[in-house]
Design a protein around this ligand. Sequence first.
Ligand SMILES: [Zn+2]
Length: 668
Amino acid sequence: MSSHTTQTSVWNLAWRTGVVAGATGMVPGLINSWESVHGGGRAEVPATIHLLAAVVHGESYFIAGFLLALLLAWSVRRRVVLSRRAFPVAVGVPLVVFTALGIAINVLYLPEFAKPSSLTADGALLLLCVGGGVLLYRRLSRPGGSTGGSMRPWFALALLVLLLAGLASLSERNAAVAETPLGEPSAGLPDILFVLVDTERADHLSLYGYEFPTTRWLESLAPQSVVFDAAIAASCHTKPSTASIFTSRYPPAHQARRLEETLPPSAYTMTQAFRAAGYRTAAFSANGLVSPTFGFGRGFERFYRQEAPYFMLFDLSEILYRVYIGVPVAGYAAGGVLGTFLGWEWLLMPSRRESDSLLQKAEDFEAAGIFKAVGDWYDQVEEDTEHPLFTYVHLLEPHDPYEPPADLQKSYEQLLGGHTSESYFPHYVGGFLPFTEGPAVDEEHRLGLVARYDAEIDAVDAAIGRFVAGIRERRPDRELLLVFTSDHGEEFYEHHGWGHGHSLYEETTHVPLLISYPGHLPAGLRIKERVSMIDVAPTLLDLIGVPPPPAFQGTSLLPTIQGAGADSRSPIFSEIFWGAHYARSFSEGTRKLIVATHGREERAFLFDLEQDAAELDNLAERDPVALTTFKAKMQQIVEQSEAIAVQAQAVRIEGDIADQMRALGYID
Ligand SMILES: [Zn+2]
């Protein structure tokens, strides 16, 4: 047999396998789209999604089957003559079964992806599918056909399982809690429940005067609470902003800014301070960016996170979509011939929408799963009446995709006078204001997105209300100190951007902040002054009588709450940092400076928030003196922060967290 004929037969096998996998893959595609339409409580989905889901699944499974068969056939072809009929079925069908079943089982039934039970289940499913494939091959090929050469793919698959397990243990490694010993609690400490709802801009909450009743529960809580009317997040993206809350440091000081960056071990967190003060600590996070993988596990004895969507990486239409987002040309190639006729957006966006209905299911599952997990933890610590609890709950709901319950969506569409069947803001990559704007849409579409977003805020507000009511009943002998806030807001084209992470206008940095501690804080107090979110952790520690750790940049807001003057508050500084482009903002009095940098280009904006709340009238050129002063003050904060960060890095090199704690004066 010449090498040319061998190669032809390998290609032939790959092509046939692709056809088998593609045809089989249409079935899970149809099941998913059927679920999207009939799942109940979902947003409206066009009927064409059935056809498109089948086509996209068929096409993506064809590509995967083709590539897998090429790899397998190539690796064993020298030792075995492969059956042209049995091989495509024995590779194509198990491939579809593994990915489709794997996604369904992980999203719907398994705990976090990195949990040993999940990994074992996924590994078992993988081996089952490979074993099934081998059996299928033996059954379908002639009895004489040997399979002695097929150990290599088994070996490769076993390596894959090991790799997954390795990655999992890597992410679990950070979760260790032993570094902060549980302290002796003083008498009468309250339980602390910290609820953070991702992506909730303050001005869309009726608590802050929004014209529609999005937050009835928060409003009912306000008369017994202190409400901060102008709390400013330290960033407009989840990780840097939440890290600032936990470490009471501005982003240049904690350095957890870009997606791959983690909190340095020296960044002492409020969790550690609570634990040292005798608190049992647990976190329940729906956002993977706030997880032990990125250093947020420090000080928590329990960290619950729902990572089922990670398994979505195995969903082939998701892979296509990611390729499409990341490398448009490769995405077009992967999109195949059908895209030419149907249009790329038509072909790929429904696939994203459809696979996200699964993601959305996971998100719903997370909210429900998170509330349940908190309940389980309360069960676990029920006997422990000696220690108070610090519980951190991070929910994802108003984050896109905007897929609220259908009835709520309808009522907000009527209130706002907008409608869209899209659950995403218009797709764009790498937009950074003011350098790159997002795509414009007509006003009805824009208001439709806002309606969906508002409806999600409403839904999650009611859900948290029910959850907190349940929590209050669990430990009647302890007082409850409740904090409600968000990590950042969301843009709806006010400054020609969408989503978050692209700018530092108020729509992305002004977040809700409410602290309820009846009997200890003035009831129904509204704080008008702008406050930084880095001041929240020191405030909570102040409330339980713990002095602020030296590592904190922020200061307690208690003097402000008690009307003792503004001097104690930290400067209002925010930053979004992606490397090549970044923006920083600083505000004082009624004025706010934003400096955005993109490569060598720099643009400065100076707004008067009192005269121009919408930040449309740039005073930078008209008031060069103020511009210079503000820039200098902002630079000072950056330099102070970076100076602490450098120390943090130096401590990190020693590598021993106990040493750092000693250096910070927390242990002897
Ligand atoms: Zn976020």
